[in-house]
Write a protein of this length. Structure first.
Length: 192
């Protein structure tokens, strides 16, 4: 993500003109996304003392990554972070709406990322790995999740701690095996 921010970051003159014209900078959404991912990283770090392990910015290609992978006794979670601070968020089966705006394919994208993670981990581990897609919204004013959305968890960043007590899915040896495969960059070559 840092590379993308560098790529779209305006020059000093462009920043000055953007400020003078009261326009939003092109890199603003990327910077907000990075701030959200850092906040979620800190929340995930709290789970480590309970047997969970987290990976961040797992590259699938030069332009696409998995924001976070959480691996622990309760299973594997592919986490897609969305920073819509102080906005109203509605999440349905196929789309999310921010402040009642146009639908965004967040649930579909999260399912797709989880499927890729599963394929990579199944290939690298000696056992089948279930990967749960999670959409984490950073500090929304309100989050409404349709009850029919059952295959993707949609939660606020402050509720990540609710994953801590989950257990009984992976043994400590399986957590180690999955983590070893997931942190090996060669596992992800050609994954996308």
């Amino acid at each position: 993500m840092k590379d993308k921010i560098r790529e779209v970051s305006p020059t000093l003159l462009e920043r000055t003109l953007t400020w003078m014209l009261r326009r939003r900078a092109e890199d603003a959404s990327w910077r907000a996304g990075l701030r959200g991912e850092r906040l979620v990283s800190r929340e995930l770090a709290r789970l480590e003392r309970h047997g969970w392990r987290a990976l961040h910015s797992v590259p699938l290609s030069s332009t696409w990554d998995i924001d976070h992978l959480l691996i622990g006794p309760g299973g594997v979670f592919s986490i897609n972070t969305k920073n819509h601070r102080n906005k109203t968020v509605w999440v349905g089966d196929h789309a999310a709406r921010i402040n009642h705006g146009k639908g965004r394919p967040y649930p579909r994208n999260s399912r797709r990322e989880a499927a890729i993670v599963k394929r990579v981990l199944d290939h690298g581990c000696a056992f089948s790995v279930t990967v749960n897609p999670v959409l984490v919204f950073v500090r929304p004013a309100k989050l409404t999740v349709e009850p029919s959305l059952q295959d993707v968890r949609a939660i606020e960043d402050r509720h990540l701690s609710a994953l801590r007590p989950l257990a009984g899915v992976l043994s400590p040896a399986e957590v180690d095996a999955v983590y070893a495969v997931a942190r090996d960059q060669r596992s992800w070559a050609g994954a996308a």
